[in-house]
Design a protein around this ligand. Structure first.
Ligand code: BGP
Length: 480
């Protein structure tokens, strides 16, 4: 079957400030919680240099133009734009002026996230997202960005992956502050983040900015491992924390009764659900109706079995091992292929999440704001023959096209990532880029996937043998 990808379907690539910029001591940047966290970890990597995009952004944007990457999703570093007193940092503004102007000059549409995990260190010390000061400063920061860049940046994301930040910070301990087995705190943090997100959306609309604003969620599908009542129940509880809290609060402005019931069951006895003032409740509902789009980050799905033993996952940096007491244990399914890091490769999960969001929540344009494959890779003769990545992208794009044919309103797809970048827990060993980065000298090399994406962006044709999971070829390869 030949499928045409609509001309107005955005094909882009994504990065995030802390994972690519480096230059942590330049431009009067203030410390981020990740600087200290990585210093204390025994992981043997840090964000000091990363992909050195701080100094190579012009080349990266030129590569987007050359390889027909229509849009670049990036995040701004809060730590570069606002100092500890809440005052704008002129050097930071100038740096991102350069980035945005280079994008516009190259015809590459910028999609900017205000935040992707890199909280200023002084706010982490003040209590992180649970502190009022964090919320206050975030809104100052959002206002600065909207006012300064609003006429040039037409697509904003308030937050990316807040569930990942909350769960890794307070359940698995993989992210700062490294606390474990505290699902109630994770829920409180997530709720504060989403209240702040709502205030930022409402601020954007109050300022009358002409553009669109959304949020990106790592939407991992959760299935029962076995078709038993116990496993179905475990998957339901896991899904409540992993997806439903965020989807309910962001897309409906309040928790649905089934989500509340699941939370009451899975949280330690006597825990109350996070308290929201009337104003915050109204703000959440208002933001849900004003939101312009919703971003889906998708990498893997989970197969769950009931679990009453200890929470685990914290010490397993190279595998996807995860279990939460009283909720579920995620088990690798032997008939599902997996990445070098044990993440399931399951495009059906992306299709299911898209259809579900469309079916269960009010109508909303969706973007795939991140999707990609992390591998161990080496440069050979100036390139990487990353056929696995091409296959991964093809299969997931096919799932997106399937969902669109079934009525889901998907507006674009961003591959994670444009260039190899620091992985939060796996450092530089895990490469996602369609451009290889030599971390010694910062040079970039297009991988085979960059060429494949360029051809795909030009032709916008995909030939699918059948539906999900089947191998796909582009018209060009068929011809050639
Ligand atoms: C997403 C993050 C990205 C990226 C990706 C891959 O949740 O938004 O920043 O890191 O996960 O994850 P990892 O680097 O852990 O493999």
């Amino acid at each position: 079957m030949i499928r045409m990808v609509p001309r107005d379907f955005v094909l882009g690539a994504a990065t995030a400030a802390y994972q690519v910029e480096g230059a942590v001591r330049e431009g009067a940047r203030i410390p981020s919680v990740w600087d200290r966290w990585l210093e204390r970890q025994a992981g043997g990597f840090d964000g000091e240099r990363a992909s050195d995009s701080y100094h190579h952004y012009a080349a990266d944007i030129a590569a987007c133009q050359e390889y027909h990457v229509q849009a670049l999703e990036l995040s701004f570093a809060w730590t570069r734009l606002l100092d500890e007193q809440g005052q704008p940092n002129a050097e930071g503004l100038q740096y991102y002026d350069g980035v945005i102007d280079a994008c516009l000059a190259a015809g590459v549409e910028p999609y900017v996230a205000l935040y992707q995990f890199d909280l200023p260190e002084y706010l982490a010390r003040a209590g992180g997202w649970l502190a009022e000061l964090t919320q206050e400063r975030f809104l100052q920061y959002a206002r600065l960005c909207f006012e300064h860049f609003g006429s040039r940046v037409r697509h904003w994301l308030t937050l990316k992956d807040p569930v990942t930040e909350a769960m890794n910070g307070y359940v698995t301990g993989l992210f700062p502050p490294g606390r474990q087995d505290e699902p109630a705190t994770a829920l409180a943090v997530l709720t504060r983040m989403l209240v702040t997100h709502a205030q930022a959306v409402n601020l954007y609309k109050e300022l009358g900015c002409e553009g669109s604003i959304g949020l990106a969620h790592r939407a991992e599908a959760v299935y029962p491992l076995h078709d038993t009542e116990a496993d179905r129940h475990a998957a339901g509880l896991d899904d409540a924390l992993t997806n439903r809290v965020l989807l309910d609060l962001v897309l409906m402005g309040e928790l649905q009764p089934a989500t509340r019931a699941a939370l009451m069951e899975l949280l330690p006895a006597g825990t109350a659900l996070p308290d929201l003032s009337l104003e915050e409740q109204t703000g959440l509902r208002q933001a849900a109706t004003q939101l312009d789009f919703f971003g889906v980050n998708y990498y893997a799905s989970h197969f769950c079995t009931a679990w009453s033993e200890a929470t685990a996952g914290q010490s397993h940096r190279s595998t996807s091992n995860y279990a939460l007491r009283g909720v579920s244990r995620r088990v690798h399914k032997s008939d599902v292929p997996a990445t070098d890091w044990d993440w399931s490769i399951f495009p059906q999960g992306l299709y299911d999440m898209l259809v579900r969001i469309q079916r269960e929540y009010p109508e909303m344009p969706l973007y795939i704001t991140e999707n990609g494959l992390g591998c161990r890779e080496e440069l050979t003769a100036g390139t990487v023959e990353d056929d696995d990545r091409i296959d991964y992208i093809r299969q997931h794009l096919a799932a997106v096209l399937d969902a669109m044919e079934d009525g889901v309103d998907v507006r674009g797809y961003f591959v994670w990532s444009l260039v190899d970048a620091m992985s939060w827990t796996n450092g530089y060993a895990k490469r996602y880029g369609v451009f290889y980065v030599d971390y010694d000298d910062g040079r970039r090399y297009p991988k085979k996937s960059a060429h494949w994406l360029r051809d795909f962006a030009q032709r916008r044709i995909m030939l699918t043998v059948s539906s999900l999971g089947e191998s796909l070829t582009t018209a060009q390869e068929e011809e050639g």
